[in-house]
Design a protein around this ligand. Sequence first.
Ligand code: CA
Length: 238
Amino acid sequence: MERKGPILVVEDEDDIRNLVVHQLQREGLTTLAAATGLQALEIARRTPPALIILDLMLPGLPGTEVCRRLRAEPETRDVPIIILSARGEEIDRVVGFEVGADDYVTKPFSPRELVLRVRAVLRRGAPPVAEAPGPAGALEVGVLRVDEAAHRVFVKGEEAALTATEFKLLLTLMRRAGRVQSRAQLLQDVWDLPPDMYTRTVDTHMKRLREKLGAASGHIETVRGVGYRFSREPVEET
Ligand code: CA
C-alpha cells in the first residue's frame, strides 16, 4: 500500500532539481517543485504531497527549518520527508527528534538510488504501528506480537524472554516504525543517558534483542552510519 499524491522536490540548484523531477516522472510519479523553503511550505500547505524531497542547503529558510515547520502543521505533519544533504555530520541531528526527517540521501547521489528510497518511504507511509490498536493493547506485526500491558513478547506464538531494557528498546522502535532512530536518540530515550556519550551500549543490546526475536529480527533494520529502524516488512540484513 503506497501513499498516493505528488512528490514535492525542494532544491535551489536548477540542475539537481530538474534531474530529480525528471527521474521521478520517468518512474511514473507526479511531481511538484520548489526552489526555496518558503515556496515549499506554501505548496505543501495548498497540496499536501505524498512525500517531500528536501535539500538542506537552501537560500533564506534552511531545510532544517522547513522540516520543523512542516512537522508543526497539522496538514503536513505526517508527510514523509527525505533530506538531501552534502554534510554527513548533520545526519544524526536531521533524522533525530530535533528535525524529524524520515530518511536522507547524501550528495552526490545517484538518481536511481533516490527513487528506490522514495519508493521505500512511500511503502512505509501507513500510520505508525502504535496508532492502530489501543495504547495498552497488543501490537502485532508479522510474526511478532507485543503485549504492552503485560510486558510480554511473542514470536510465532512463542514467548521471547526479553529484559526490561530490551522490551523498552523494542517498544520505542515500534512506536516510531518507519523512522530512523539514531544511537544517540535511543541512548537518551531508552537508557536516559546523555546522547553525546560514546558507548557501544545500543549496539550490544540491539544484537541481543535481535537474537531473541529470531524469526522476527528482520523487522529491525540497521541504517548504516546512523542507527536503527523498525520496518513493518522484514528486511534482510546484508
Ligand atoms: Ca541547495
